[in-house]
Structure formats: C-alpha cells, structure tokens
Design a protein around this ligand. Structure first.
Ligand code: HEC
Ligand code: HEC
Length: 300
C-alpha cells in the first residue's frame, strides 16, 4: 500500500514539475516578445495642413477606423485592461495635453506607431490594430496625423503598460493578441495606392482600414474561434447578403435595419460606420459582392 502512495507521489510530483517547467518556458518566451525591440524603417510622409485634409482625417478616425473606441472619443486615452497579474494596458492619450504622446511624437513616430505597431524605442504595441492600418495610403495617413495634431489637448496621465506573469505566459503560448510587428511581417501588408471610387478595389481598402475582418473573419466567411472580437456573420455571397441589394446594404448602415426587418445589434458598430460616405459604403458593397462564396467558418 505504502509503495502505491509512493508511486502516486512521484507521478504527481513529476506532473507538477512539468507544469512548472512549462510555465517557466512560456514566461521566458512571452518575455522575449514583450521586452523585445523591433527594428523599423519609416519613410517620411507629407503631413497636410489644410482644413479639408483635417476633415478627412477626422472622418477616417471617427467613421472608418473608430480610433476613439479604444483611445477615447476625445483621443485622450483610455484604460483597456487593469489586472496586474495579467496586464495593465491603456490605449494612450494621443493629444498634445499632459500625459499625451502628441507633444513629443514626431510625424515619423506617428507613422511608425500606426503603420508598424512599434514605439519610437522599438517596443511593440499591443492590441493596436496596425495590421489593418498598415494598408493606409500615405495621403490618408497624413490626414489622420494632421487631424490628431489639431484636436483639443486633453490632460490625462495614463498608466504605463505592465505585463504580469499570467500575461507573459499567455503571450508565450500565443493566446493573447499582441505582437503586431511579427503579425505584420507575416501579413506583408503595405500602403495602398488604390484610387478612391465606387470600386471593389477601393472597397477592399476600406474593409482593411475599417477592421471589418476583426469580427467577420480574415476571409469574411464569419469570425473564427481564436478571435477575441464579437461574432460577425459570413458576408461572402453564400451568406445572408446574397439576398440584399446595394440599397439594402446602405440602409443597414444608416438605420441598422436589415431587409428582413431585423435591427442589427450594437456589436456591429453600424452607427459609427453609418457615417461613412455613400461612395465608401458602395465600394464596400462592390467588394463584398465580388468575393468568392465561401462556406461559413467553423465557430468552435
Ligand atoms: C482596438 C483598440 C485600438 C484601436 C481601434 C486603435 N488603437 Fe491605437 N493603440 C491601442 C493600444 C492598446 C495602444 C498601446 C499599446 C501598448 O501600450 O502596448 C495603442 C497605441 C497607439 C499609438 C502609440 C502611442 C504610444 O504610446 O507610443 C498611436 C500613435 C495610436 N495607437 C494611434 C491610433 C490611431 C490613429 C488609431 C485609429 C486609426 C488607433 N490608434 C486605433 C489600441 C487601439
Ligand atoms: C466589432 C465587431 C464588428 C466589426 C468590426 C464589423 N462588424 Fe459587421 N457585424 C458584427 C456583428 C456582431 C453582426 C451581427 C449583428 C446582428 O445580427 O445583430 C454584424 C453584421 C453585419 C452585417 C449584416 C449581415 C447579416 O447577415 O445580417 C453586415 C452587412 C456587416 N456586419 C458588415 C460589416 C462591414 C462592411 C464591416 C466593416 C466596415 C463590419 N461589418 C465590421 C460585428 C462587426
């Protein structure tokens, strides 16, 4: 009997040991990513100054990329996660006010952060969707930076990022959406050169910078299980949209009403996206209609 207990003890001890070793390995892997430095090569872009460009930047920030959802409606910063064991993470104050990056950031610093997801010191930005914003054309990105520079300064000191042990383990295991520089390199995304218009090409551009794929899946066939974002349905022509017209699509964005009389939930940010121009919405429709009909992605 005693022997049995001894063996159970050895096996349990071994298992605990394995878990500890695995946790240590994951912590080290996670820390390499968190504390890593990522070389970047930013080319300068022209930052416009006119009222028209600033209005364009405001439109992209508020109706297309919804930067305020994370950075706060006045771009004054916003704490997203405050759990020291996991992580303390804020979307920074982008303005010129106290605690904001605006005063210290050069134009190139803004370009690097937005397009490449990397701070001026080379550290990676977590959660910031640079994988989508890497598609921004020079012209639109210039307008966004011009707009950020024009907003009312907000005094708001935001906490420095901290990554707790649990956060490092999850990052080491690839279970926390963090590492933009790596993801970006893998995606090969780069600045768009597409002319604006009611074309599927321009619609594809908007679909990237508006981050539709976050909820509707990378191939638009419905969100995928590993995504942290709400479940958005299949938008390829094998889904519900096959029975919609372009006018139905615009109505859904303007009123939240679908052709079957359903009101879209607020998980779909239609109220904000509904401020897109008809040209942008028609381009999105042209793009979604041009997709291969795909079977809906498995949900879990
Ligand atoms: C899904 C949430 C989210 C959205 C949407 C978002 N950001 Fe961010 N952004 C973040 C987070 C979080 C950080 C800080 C990451 C960190 O500290 O690791 C960040 C960092 C930044 C930084 C770097 C600031 C610094 O401290 O160095 C800039 C600049 C920035 N964002 C601009 C933008 C702009 C412009 C948009 C819209 C085009 C935008 N962000 C949209 C979450 C977001
Ligand atoms: C934050 C997550 C999220 C983002 C980002 C998002 N969607 Fe959605 N979307 C949803 C959800 C959730 C639904 C389902 C809403 C419902 O049925 O109440 C939805 C529904 C829709 C529908 C209705 C489809 C149907 O079958 O009824 C359309 C069209 C749509 N989204 C288009 C888009 C486009 C285009 C973009 C980018 C500009 C986008 N969505 C970005 C979450 C999102």
């Amino acid at each position: 009997m005693k022997k049995v207990f001894k063996w159970i003890g050895i096996v349990l001890g071994g298992l605990v040991g394995l878990v500890v070793v695995a946790a240590l390995v994951l912590t080290v892997l996670g820390s390499l990513k968190v504390d890593g430095r990522y070389p970047t090569d930013v080319s300068g872009i022209a930052i416009p100054t006119g009222a028209e460009a600033i209005a364009r930047g405001k439109h992209l920030v508020e109706a297309v990329s919804l930067c305020g959802d994370c950075h706060g409606p006045n771009l004054g910063g916003n704490v997203l996660l405050n759990d020291p064991k996991l992580a303390v993470l804020a979307a920074p104050n982008l303005t010129n006010g106290q605690g904001g990056v605006g005063a210290a950031y050069t134009d190139a610093d803004f370009v690097r952060s937005i397009r490449q997801g990397v701070r001026p010191d080379g550290s990676p930005l977590f959660i910031m969707p640079s994988n989508y914003y890497a598609h921004y054309s020079d012209e639109d990105l210039g307008a966004i930076i011009a707009y950020i520079r024009s907003v009312e300064p907000v005094d708001n000191l935001i906490p420095k990022r901290q990554t707790g042990i649990l956060g490092r383990i999850l990052i080491g295991a690839g279970m926390f959406p963090t590492n933009m520089p790596e993801m970006l390199k893998a995606s090969g995304a780069g600045p768009s050169q597409v002319a604006s218009g009611e074309t599927k090409e321009y619609g594809e551009y908007i679909s990237y910078v508006a981050a539709c794929r976050d909820c509707h899946g990378p191939n638009f066939a419905g969100n995928i299980p590993s995504s942290q974002a709400p479940y958005g349905p299949n938008l390829t022509p094998s889904g519900e949209l096959a029975r919609w017209t372009e006018a139905d699509f615009l109505t859904a964005f303007h009123t939240g009403q679908t052709p079957t009389g359903r009101t879209l939930s607020d998980d779909m940010p239609w109220k904000k996206y509904g401020q897109m121009t008809d040209m942008e919405l028609k381009a999105l429709w042209a793009y979604l209609s041009s997709l291969q009909p795909l079977p809906t992605n498995p949900t879990r």
